[in-house]
Design a binder for this molecule. Structure first.
Ligand SMILES: O=C(O)C1=C[C@@H](OP(=O)(O)O)[C@@H](O)[C@H](O)C1
Ligand SMILES: C=C(OP(=O)(O)O)C(=O)O
Length: 447
């Protein structure tokens, strides 16, 4: 990231129209790199997300012995070290802003004969790591930690690690995946019980690499078992577009009158499509076209037309399937007719920022009537009226959070005088091409 914040004002230039692609899925990109690093031999990845979070994973895997580069077509090529083959990194692993890199790579390191130091930016250094330290300690890894169980921290891997049975106390795909990755080099069978279903990309991809992964439904919860010591076969992959990134042009098209867009080649894994389901309940015109399978993940082109939305009560059960999409849902709710109520969202306070607090603060600046609760927001929509706060062009604090920045960029398209984001740099975390894509669709003027 460049040194100084880069503010920018987002104002509507017209309806959102045309066809677009969003970059590769962030969750799948991390996993494709990590599992390729655990295979001996060459894996090729097409459509990898090229963003700051993914580069943090690339750099850490490189520091632990994998060779990673790009071929002449821009595909990424990984020569892995094999399960258990991580090399001792010589310097601290800088995870930047990326919780997924930090937590998944701690899992990987936990069952290797290395000691790895993890550092991150100011946002990541505030996020809780106890949820990872606890199960990985049970597997035999040990940790040197700063008070409060935050980064920086040091993982001392254990070989052989001990298989565990672990029921997730928070619905977290990162915790689940960290344990599954530690299990790869752990003799015996490790089991993770998941009371609430979270994204299942690790399960799907591990099976594709030839690992022994079992998935059972027992008393209403999923039980995932991984048999170590696994041997992974190198593998070529194609990564679908990220539904969490598609969420922004989708909501932009719903809110700006006269819009119609098709976002092509988007992952529609049911563990990720909660936002689209909730928007449909709010009367959004969203359809999936050309549904197909890409490397074990369902994919579609998503057609969206401008729609008059209606507020609803969002079921808390759906939260894990749209956990990163609440900021942009709140923007949609701000334009809906009537009240939208969300609950069960305590986890949003532990993301790149406290997403409940920042969205409440920013939307209130735009004149949106809302209440902030410990576990959610209640928003009274404007029924399609443009947003208008006390100040002509409000300045929104984005606090190193890409999803806050992109949500308020979309809010700018439906605000009477536009919205100024204090810093657009965080968009590079997951979606570096977001402003040019909005310009290509006619939503904003080109810079
Ligand atoms: O496993 C993953 O790739 C992710 C899981 C989620 O985090 P939690 O596991 O903390 O819910 C999500 O918020 C994050 O963007 C990506
Ligand atoms: C929470 C997110 O990512 P991470 O946890 O990887 O930082 C996100 O992308 O919204």
């Amino acid at each position: 990231m460049s040194e100084a914040p880069i503010p920018r004002t987002f104002t509507s230039a017209g309806p959102v129209r045309g066809h677009a692609r969003v970059p590769g899925d962030k969750s799948i990109s991390h996993r494709a790199l990590i599992l390729s690093a655990m295979a001996v031999g060459e894996s090729r990845i097409e459509g990898l997300l090229e963003s700051e979070d993914i580069i943090a994973t690339v750099a850490a895997l490189w520091a632990m012995g994998s060779e990673i580069g790009q071929d002449s077509n821009g595909n990424w090529v990984v020569n892995g070290v094999g399960v258990g083959g991580l090399l001792q990194p010589e310097t601290a692993l800088d995870m930047g802003n990326s919780g997924t890199s930090a937590r998944l790579l701690m899992g990987l390191a936990a069952s290797n004969a290395i000691t790895a130091t993890f550092i991150g930016d100011a946002s990541l250094s505030r996020r809780p790591m106890g949820r990872i330290i606890e199960p990985l300690s049970r597997m035999g890894a040990s940790f040197s930690v700063t008070p409060g169980e935050r980064l920086p921290l040091m993982v001392h891997g254990r070989v052989p690690a001990v298989p565990i049975e672990y029921r997730l106390p928070v619905a977290s795909a990162q915790v689940k995946s960290a344990i599954m990755l530690a299990a790869l080099n752990t003799p015996g069978v490790t089991r993770v019980m998941e009371p609430e279903r979270t994204r299942d990309h690790s399960e799907r991809m591990l099976a594709g690499f030839g690992a022994e992964v079992g998935i059972e439904e027992v008393d209403g919860e999923r039980v995932i078992s991984v048999t170590g010591e696994a041997e992974l076969n190198p593998h070529n992959m194609s990564i679908p577009g990220d539904p969490s990134s598609a969420a922004f042009p989708v909501v932009a098209a719903l809110l700006v009158p006269g819009s119609e867009v098709v976002i092509q080649h988007v992952g529609i894994n049911p563990t990720r499509t909660g936002l689209f389901e909730v928007l449909k309940q709010m009367d959004a015109d969203i359809t999936y076209e050309n549904e197909r399978d890409v490397g074990g993940e369902p994919v579609a082109d998503i057609r969206v037309r401008h729609s008059a939305l209606t507020g609803i009560e969002v079921s808390p059960e759906i939260a894990p399937r749209m956990i990163d999409e609440f900021p942009i849902l709140f923007v949609a709710a701000a334009l809906a007719k009537g009240e939208t109520v969300t609950t069960g969202l305590q986890e949003l306070r532990h993301k790149e920022s406290d997403r409940l607090a920042l969205m409440a603060e920013g939307l209130a600046q735009l004149g949106v009537r809302l209440k902030e609760h410990p576990d959610g927001l209640t928003i009274i929509g404007s029924d399609g009226e443009k947003l208008k706060g006390e100040y002509a062009t409000p300045q929104i604090a984005t606090a190193l959070d890409h999803r806050i920045a992109m949500s308020f960029a979309v809010a700018g398209l439906v605000s009477a005088h536009g919205v100024t984001i204090d810093d657009v740099r965080p968009m590079a975390t997951s979606f570096p091409s977001f402003p040019p894509m909005l310009a290509d669709l006619g939503a904003i003027a080109a810079e």
